[in-house]
Design a protein around this ligand. Structure first.
Ligand SMILES: Nc1ncnc2c1ncn2[C@@H]1O[C@H](COP(=O)(O)OP(=O)(O)O)[C@@H](O)[C@H]1O
Ligand SMILES: [Mg+2]
Length: 315
């Protein structure tokens, strides 16, 4: 059962669940998530507020352990690891970028970027070299000695990206990295992610904004802790589906029900050209409140097709 695409998978989850017990109530933040992400893929995760996006990112990033299910990261079964080994894997494999930057306010950009290397036990000289190099990648070589409050929001986020990259992680995770930035600064940050992806970096990004998701290759939509849909961005772009009011498109005739995830992954170059459009993309809707009981739920993502293709042939 190990197909070609399977060998290139860097992330595989099977029936991943995360429950939070709050007094007498249990929140099923993840209610059985099966995803598969390929090395060098650029995937965005969308879905309404509370649908489990950050919880999934925290599991993928080894910041927290699932209640049950399997998670294989780069060939290693993460669910079986001790906390120590989890921390080691996290440091080696994962770079994490947050909406709020999470920089040390009193440390320079260089020192902020050095931090993961301190935890990894790298010598001071090597640390400085590698941190300086990471800052060059995000084009902040000339701001190394600045503290966060001496930097713009976009520059702060670039420092955070450099910090995420400094260990040369196999996966770069970003949870709403442009959520605190204005639109032109968001563009600047997205250009950084694009360049990293073009250089072979695997990128997984949570976003609410369709024009940001459109830069990725595949959109995974979560609803109520489950994968509602996962389709290539070209699927949506080629059909001009980008307005929240757009009717869901019929399933493509060429995509069989049993297509495995790797098959629907990136084909940007070969995809049909999207129809030309003059209308600017609508601003993203605010995060939807949960519908009243009994209300038919509108599609949380205007890009979501009416069905979820099974990940791996319904195995
Ligand atoms: N640490 C926690 N303790 C209890 N409940 C949590 C915790 N983190 C998340 N949740 C709950 O889990 C659900 C999913 O949250 P989250 O993953 O943050 O959603 P999203 O990022 O999609 O907005 C929500 O109902 C949220 O209230
Ligand atoms: Mg979140």
């Amino acid at each position: 059962m190990s197909g070609n695409g399977r060998m290139k998978s860097i992330i595989v989850t099977r029936d991943l669940r995360k429950d939070y017990v709050m007094g007498t109530e249990t929140v099923h933040a993840l209610a059985g998530v099966d995803i598969e992400i390929l090395r060098n893929e650029y995937v965005s995760i969308m879905g309404p507020s509370g649908s489990g996006k950050s919880t999934l990112m925290n599991m993928i990033g080894c910041l927290d352990s699932p209640t049950s299910g399997e998670y294989v990261l780069n060939g290693q079964a993460v669910q079986d690891l001790s906390d120590d080994n989890l921390a080691r894997i996290r440091n080696r494999e994962i770079g994490f970028v947050f909406q709020t930057f999470n920089l040390l306010p009193r440390a320079t950009a260089l020192h902020n970027v050095e931090l993961p290397l301190i935890y990894a036990g790298v010598s001071s000289k090597k640390r400085q070299e590698r941190a300086a190099h990471a800052l060059e990648i995000v084009q902040l070589a000339d701001r190394m000695d600045h503290k966060p409050n001496e930097l713009s929001g976009g520059q702060r986020q670039r420092v955070a990206i450099a910090r995420a990259l400094v260990n040369d992680p196999s996966i770069l995770l970003a949870d709403e990295p442009t959520g605190n930035l204005d639109s032109s600064t968001s563009e600047e940050i997205m250009d950084v992610f694009d360049a990293l992806h073009e250089n072979g970096q695997t990128v997984i990004m949570v976003t609410h904004e369709y024009d940001i998701a459109a830069r990725s290759q595949r959109v995974i939509t979560l609803v109520d802790g489950k994968v509602e849909a996962q389709m290539s961005v070209d699927y949506y772009l080629a059909r001009g589906i980008k307005q929240p009011t757009a009717a869901p498109a019929p399933a493509p005739a060429s995509a069989p029900e049993t297509a495995p995830a790797p098959e629907i992954a990136p084909t940007r170059e070969t995809a049909p050209t999207p129809p030309p459009t003059t209308a600017p993309m609508d601003p993203p809707p605010p995060e939807a409140a949960p519908p009243a009981p009994g209300t038919p739920r509108p599609l949380s993502n205007p890009w979501a097709p009416p069905r979820t293709p099974p990940l791996d042939g319904g195995r």
